[in-house]
Design a protein around this ligand. Structure first.
Ligand SMILES: [Zn+2]
Length: 427
């Protein structure tokens, strides 16, 4: 008995060492997330979503990723609720099966575009009139992917105190490019005029009178108010960082630097509450005000809030570096070692063809049929229309090249580009 026990014991020692070594190496790879949220409601149109249990491969815990999102509705809450309930599934449904982690992350920006457009199209087909902003953040390890329409901003606060904005504000008042796009697609941009002809308030687009140039829903507004998100993907350095996602109730009261500064040193749960408190103190409760704070914390570190920096933004220019294609991995390691956030992807075009690209490897379903790049339905061989057919891109690419769209999504694309009169109901 004794000798057998001894033998087993001898076997156990190296095994235990192996396990602990493996756990250590896994820990080095993945940061810990700590998060908190806070909200003050006035109209009841802000919604948020926190999911930390998503898996790329069902049943494989090492493929876990997290989603944090804010939906700021207008003209009712139906679009915000619908997006909260369906957007994640539509994005995941647009990702090809069986991808490894790196390919999955690379395919994410395009899947986000397809998922946003599909959600918009489906919601509009229900005939309800509300709309919503969406800021949708996917965190997988050190890689943060943000997709957004509207003006619910997401900022990143990193070690050293540099604050960067990971979204673009799709407000007609502030975005010249979007104003030009809306006008070119047949919309009118102007202020509300009151009796006597005086113009008041922010720039809005007509018909509809919305101040935003992108949203989900809003079928009573011209279809040039598109659901195509701005997408940014970054890889944090091993120092980690803090994300602050919030609706305009915060951003109308505080700028990005003030917001980051107001909660430094606090754990995520308290930080979210502090940001909301600070916004209310500055401006009062004028609008729904929602905030999510996510700390991405290096492993083997007790969750240490970011230190108060001595120099603000001196490093901002150094902070973002474009990924070079050839030596991506080597570069990535070097950059993360010196605490630099690496920019993996950024694209904000409102043109669907540009966003779906030329890659047709994923447009074939398992049955060998082509599928619609947006709504993922199977297409009959005669039915699929290339996303590039008849567009300005047909000069440089082939109209028979994928990805393909079903007739419905092709209609939607034309409407978004102002090639079909707005107000035509999407069946
Ligand atoms: Zn389709």
């Amino acid at each position: 008995m004794g000798s057998r026990n001894e033998r087993r014991h001898q076997n156990l020692v190296p095994l235990a060492a192996l396990i602990s070594r493996e756990m250590r190496s896994e820990k080095v790879e993945k940061p810990t997330l700590r998060y908190g949220n806070a909200a003050q409601s006035r109209k009841g149109e802000d919604y948020f979503m926190i999911r930390t249990d998503c898996q790329r491969i069902q049943g494989n815990p090492s493929s876990t990723f997290s989603v944090f999102a804010i939906f700021d509705g207008h003209n009712g809450n139906a679009a915000a609720i619908y997006s909260k309930d369906h957007l994640l599934n539509h994005v995941l449904g647009a990702l090809p099966r069986g991808l490894g982690r790196d390919e999955w992350l690379q395919a994410l920006p395009r899947a986000l575009v397809a998922g946003f457009v599909k959600t918009d199209k489906e919601f509009q087909s229900r005939g309800e009139t509300s709309g919503t902003t969406v800021t949708f953040v996917i965190i997988d390890g050190w890689t943060v992917t943000v997709a957004s329409v509207g003006d619910s901003r997401c900022i990143l606060d990193t070690q050293g105190g540099a604050v960067s904005i990971l979204t673009v504000d799709h407000r007609l008042e502030e975005n010249v490019e979007e104003r030009q796009r809306v006008t070119a697609s047949g919309g009118e941009v102007g202020r509300l005029s009151i009796f006597g002809g005086a113009e008041v308030g922010p720039l809005r687009c007509w018909p509809g009178g919305l101040c935003l140039s992108r949203s989900i829903g809003d079928m009573d507004v011209g279809e040039f108010i598109v659901p195509i998100p701005y997408v940014k993907q970054v890889k944090l350095s091993s120092a980690g960082g803090r994300l602050i996602i919030a609706s305009d109730g915060i951003w109308d009261a505080l700028d990005s630097d003030m917001t980051a500064k107001s909660c430094r040193g606090l754990p995520a749960e308290l930080a979210a509450r502090q940001v909301v408190k600070e916004a209310l103190r500055t401006r009062g409760l004028k609008d729904d005000t929602t905030c999510i704070v996510v700390d991405i914390i290096p492993p083997d570190n007790s969750p240490q809030p970011l230190p108060t920096p001595k120099k603000q933004n001196k490093l901002r220019a150094l902070l973002f570096r474009k990924r070079s294609h050839d030596s991506a991995n080597k570069l990535s390691k070097k950059l993360s070692a010196v605490g630099i956030v690496e920019e993996l992807f950024e694209e904000g075009s409102a043109m669907l063809a540009e966003r779906l690209g030329n890659d047709d490897s994923s447009s074939q379903s398992t049955t060998g049929l082509f599928i619609c790049a947006v709504c993922q339905v199977d297409l009959a061989p005669s039915e699929g229309i290339s996303v590039h057919a008849g567009s300005i891109f047909s000069m440089s690419s082939k109209p028979w090249q994928g990805p393909f769209l079903c007739a419905d999504c092709r209609d939607k694309k034309d409407a978004m580009e102002g090639k079909r009169p707005s107000g035509v109901k999407v069946a």
